[in-house]
Design a protein around this ligand. Structure first.
Ligand code: HEC
Ligand code: HEC
Ligand code: HEC
Ligand code: HEC
Length: 484
């Protein structure tokens, strides 16, 4: 099928040559002031289709994002993360929060609007910030609405406005200036966060821009307490430890303490998001100045001679030759792929272990609460639970299954297991003092896990995570800020 399309590329490539050759068709004009060629599009163009005629090769490449095909650990099918080979304990671990109702694997950019529209985490309470990494209308909306954008009602105000503006899912104008096609950053939170780290963002290099455009969205963030503004917790660094410290200091001082309260352990929890940028930057490739585009947007030949930058943002394991081959051409690419799978397997198996221990820690703390253990000791155990979960979640939410930074991800999982185990040890000491039957407790945990795993309806799994032995500890908070 790729072959069949090839003919079309050839034809379109020829068209582009003709257009550029004549210089008077399809709005190809020359900017008189700078002497720079412009597209003839206006600065405010937000429709992907408007770019189609001018850049048919890149546009067609972009359309490949509609394809759905999974790899061993990644890929582009819309699948629930609760499935047995993914992370089946999540309805327990996120209990009390929207992520215990619906949480899916990510897929192609072209689906961003469709997916946010249909996800059950969006409710009548959701805010504008949820829209920020999905739509081409965002920069203009922020310009028009100012500070009000972030906290504005998603369903009532933001979505209808985006539709009226003719929004596209993540598109050309999100990364390119429509007039000049220069790369640009359109989401203000990114440069704000880099500046807070002391990075000079006034004149980024072309290579930096090849990662910056992705770093606008593929990052950890939270909604500020003041106005729900999308904020990146980067001031202390990119490592999971640095971001945790940020949350326990700077974020707290500014009024942000938690994303939600665990319904199992009553712990004020943090929910981590897709920190691809941070993880990559701290890994081997990031430190060697390899950019996101190097692997995810390789140069490809579309007509036997013309090279374009691929706009199919997907797993590089589908394009090893053009992605990895450009730098690792001396290596056997099949072996290199095996190496990636080995790294991912080790990470995912450590992740599953960390999630098991974390689950136990939540239920042990539940038992501390119902057994009347001293509140200060419970608080201490909850701090361990919170850390235990943060350090696996930051790895689980990252979409490379460990590849972007194999060592860093393993370190984080190790800390996670240590912290969850501290909660379990502290709880055990107290529960034994209270005369709790520990064998029975462990059996009840196995029972409740089994009930969650066996429930077929994803939305109902969370309800199986609490019962009369493990009563709910927090009222179900409306799933506010939907982070994806
Ligand atoms: C050295 C190559 C390389 C670089 C550089 C790189 N990635 Fe990746 N990325 C990968 C590989 C390999 C995977 C795993 C794909 C899989 O499991 O199928 C991946 C996975 C992903 C995924 C999940 C894809 C999927 O199919 O589920 C996302 C999203 C992603 N990377 C974003 C980024 C971003 C953003 C950057 C820059 C901050 C970046 N990557 C830098 C190689 C790279
Ligand atoms: C997520 C960011 C992103 C989006 C969205 C995006 N591009 Fe690009 N585009 C890039 C990057 C990165 C490059 C490489 C630029 C470089 O290395 O200087 C690029 C390069 C290009 C080029 C230069 C020629 C080439 O092939 O290298 C054109 C033309 C282009 N893109 C068109 C488009 C069109 C049309 C769309 C919308 C359908 C689009 N881009 C969407 C990031 C993006
Ligand atoms: C405006 C925000 C935004 C920007 C900019 C952006 N992404 Fe994404 N990206 C997303 C969202 C949102 C999704 C998930 C869409 C869904 O699941 O509906 C996604 C998904 C992906 C995926 C997963 C695709 C799959 O098949 O599973 C990859 C890979 C990816 N992005 C890479 C990149 C790279 C590389 C860049 C920079 C060149 C980039 N993205 C820039 C928001 C963005
Ligand atoms: C732009 C160049 C570039 C691209 C593209 C690239 N790499 Fe690398 N890769 C490097 C560099 C540089 C190193 C570090 C080499 C060193 O320190 O010896 C490296 C190291 C590695 C290592 C060893 C990492 C470690 O931590 O020991 C693996 C495995 C690897 N790359 C796999 C891949 C895969 C898989 C892809 C494609 C998805 C890829 N690379 C794409 C440049 C690249």
């Amino acid at each position: 099928m790729g072959r069949l399309r090839f003919g079309a590329y050839l034809f379109l490539a020829a068209m582009v040559l003709i257009i550029s050759g004549c210089g008077h068709d399809s709005g190809e004009k020359t900017a008189s002031a700078a002497g720079q060629r412009t597209t003839g599009l206006t600065e405010d163009e937000i429709s992907n289709e408007a770019f189609k005629k001018l850049f048919p090769l890149q546009y067609n490449s972009y359309k490949k994002n509609e394809k759905m095909e999974d790899t061993a650990y990644g890929g582009s099918e819309k699948r629930s993360k609760y499935e047995a080979d993914k992370e089946p304990l999540l309805p327990i671990l996120f209990n009390g929060y929207g992520f215990a109702t619906e949480y899916n694997e990510e897929r192609g950019h072209t689906y961003a609007l469709e997916d946010i529209r249909s996800i059950k985490r969006i409710t009548d309470k959701s805010v504008g910030s949820c829209y920020t990494c999905k739509s081409t209308a965002v920069p203009k909306m922020i310009e028009e609405m100012g500070e009000h954008y972030w906290g504005a009602n998603f369903n009532k105000e933001i979505w209808p406005k985006g539709e009226a503006m003719g929004h596209s899912p993540i598109g050309c104008s999100d990364c390119h200036d429509p007039k000049t096609m220069d790369l640009r950053v359109t989401r203000p939170s990114f440069f704000k966060a880099l500046k807070a780290q002391g990075v000079d963002v006034s004149n980024p290099t072309k290579n930096e821009m090849r990662s910056y455009v992705c770093g606008q969205c593929h990052v950890e963030y939270y909604f500020s307490a003041k106005n729900s503004e999308v904020t990146f917790p980067w001031t202390k660094g990119f490592k999971p430890e640095d971001m945790y410290e940020y949350y326990n200091t700077i974020a707290k001082q500014n009024g942000f303490e938690k994303d939600w309260i665990s319904n199992i352990s009553g712990t004020p929890m943090l929910k981590s998001q897709h920190p691809e940028y941070e993880t990559h930057m701290s890994g081997t490739h990031g430190k060697a100045n390899v950019s996101c585009a190097d692997c995810h947007m390789p140069y490809e030949r579309v007509d036997g001679k013309r090279k374009i930058t691929s706009h199919w943002w997907t797993s590089p394991l589908k394009t090893m030759q053009t992605s990895c081959g450009q730098c690792h051409g001396d290596r056997d690419l099949d072996k290199l792929k095996d190496r990636v799978l080995e790294i991912q397997e080790a990470n995912v198996s450590a992740l599953h272990e960390a999630q098991e221990v974390s689950t136990t820690s939540h239920y042990y703390v539940n038992k501390m609460i119902t057994s009347g253990v001293n509140k200060d000791i419970i608080k201490q155990a909850q701090e361990y639970v919170r850390q235990g979960q943060w350090y696996w979640d930051i790895v689980a939410a990252e979409n490379s299954a460990g590849f972007h930074n194999p060592q860093g991800s393993m370190d984080s999982l190790r800390i996670s297991i240590e912290q969850s185990n501290k909660a379990i040890r502290l709880a055990t000491e107290e529960l034994v003092k209270k005369g709790v039957n520990m064998d029975e407790l462990d059996k009840e945990i196995e029972k409740v896990k089994k009930a969650v795993l066996e429930e077929k309806v994803n939305e109902k799994k969370k309800d199986m995570a609490v019962n009369s032995y493990f009563p709910a500890q927090a009222p179900l908070v409306p799933a506010v800020p939907v982070k994806k």
